[in-house]
Design a binder for this molecule. Structure first.
Ligand code: 5GP
Length: 113
């Protein structure tokens, strides 16, 4: 179990910006951009490496739909934003509950480092 399960279960607080039956989104505690929101499935998939197309396609679609909706609400949709999955050690993943970073509110750098 990770800290994100506790957030899903409302055992620890988070600044939640979106919730459905299968997806939760909340502000990152250590923001790397003016807008930095984490979009997670409520089921505990450890990382993007465990995503299987046929099984998780609908869930991934809902996560992207949530990101677009939140980006509109946060006023960063038109200027653009970045969606990131960090996977494993070299990917820079710290929390092993699948999460998509929504970053915006400034011009992102490339390559990301
Ligand atoms: P990762 O490095 O695994 O891709 O991203 C994990 C993210 O979760 C980090 O950006 C980190 O700041 C965020 N995070 C870790 N613990 C908490 C927490 O308890 N609450 C919130 N809101 N964000 C967290």
């Amino acid at each position: 179990m990770t800290i994100f399960t506790k957030i899903i279960n409302k055992e620890i607080p988070a600044d939640i910006v979106y919730e459905s039956d299968s997806v939760l989104a909340f502000r990152d505690i250590n923001p790397q951009a003016p807008i930095h929101i984490l979009i997670i499935p409520k089921i505990a998939i450890p990382s993007a490496r465990e995503i299987k197309g046929p099984e998780h396609a609908e869930l991934l679609g809902e996560m992207i739909d949530a990101a677009n909706k939140i980006a509109k609400e946060e006023g960063i949709f038109e200027d653009g934003f970045r969606l990131v999955f960090n996977a494993g050690t070299n990917g820079g993943q710290d929390v092993y509950h699948l999460h998509m970073h929504l970053l915006g509110g400034r011009k992102m750098k490339w390559p990301p480092g």
